[in-house]
Design a protein around this ligand. Structure first.
Ligand SMILES: Cc1cc2nc3c(=O)[nH]c(=O)nc-3n(C[C@H](O)[C@H](O)[C@H](O)COP(=O)(O)O)c2cc1C
Length: 183
């Protein structure tokens, strides 16, 4: 079994921690692809992939297409940006259009994760709850919903989804490991 993790964060912090923790718990071979380190242009709607299921752009996405086809399980991780996925993750979604037409990702298992954090300096209310907790939660859930909508369209089967709020994902460590072990 081979697992491919895709990170839509330009940093190696929260999303990266979540991906790594989950993937290491699987005891299976895995790879993390950091989209920000690669040359991936944006879809120009040339429509070639509608007919021959191939993208004509020659950039790093070509290698990712092969890796996604071979993967048994895909883990998509993005920071929450404006209640949505990051721009680089959205760009990745757009570039998977050939799979929308070929159906090659249909029924592959996917796990979705996001990290949200409204405040650099955490403020706590009188109950010891982070002041932005509910806002972050709402925001993270909206991001996961965007990811789920994408998966529905492309045919990926969502196995689990998880968000982490206002820390580096460590609060969700146990849950991440549990999901990893189930794979
Ligand atoms: C452009 C931008 C927009 C953001 N929008 C939100 C948001 O809508 N909701 C939220 O909770 N956090 C938001 N954040 C904070 C990030 O979600 C948070 O810092 C996240 O943990 C970063 O993950 P990373 O360390 O994996 O990059 C935003 C950050 C940036 C840079």
């Amino acid at each position: 079994m081979h697992i491919v993790g895709i990170s839509g964060s330009p940093r190696k912090q929260n999303t990266h921690y979540m991906l790594k923790t989950l993937l290491e718990a699987t005891d299976q071979p895995f790879e993390i692809i950091n989209l920000s380190e690669l040359k991936i242009g944006s879809c120009n709607d040339c429509r070639s992939c509608h007919k021959d299921y191939k993208c004509i752009l020659s950039d790093d996405m070509q290698t990712i297409y092969m890796k996604l086809e071979k993967a048994d399980i895909i883990v998509l991780g993005s920071p929450t940006y404006f209640d949505n996925v990051s721009g680089i993750m959205k760009n990745f979604f757009d570039r998977t259009l050939p799979f929308y037409f070929s159906g090659k990702l249909i029924n592959k298992k996917v796990i979705l994760l996001t990290s949200a954090n409204f405040g650099e300096y955490i403020e706590f209310d009188e109950k010891g709850q982070c002041k932005w907790h509910e806002d972050e939660k709402r925001s993270a859930k909206k991001c996961l919903q965007v990811m789920e909508n994408y998966c529905d369209l492309i045919g990926l089967k969502v196995f689990e989804k998880i968000y982490a709020l206002h820390d580096n994902g460590k609060s969700e460590k146990k849950k991440l490991i549990k999901i990893g072990k189930q794979l």
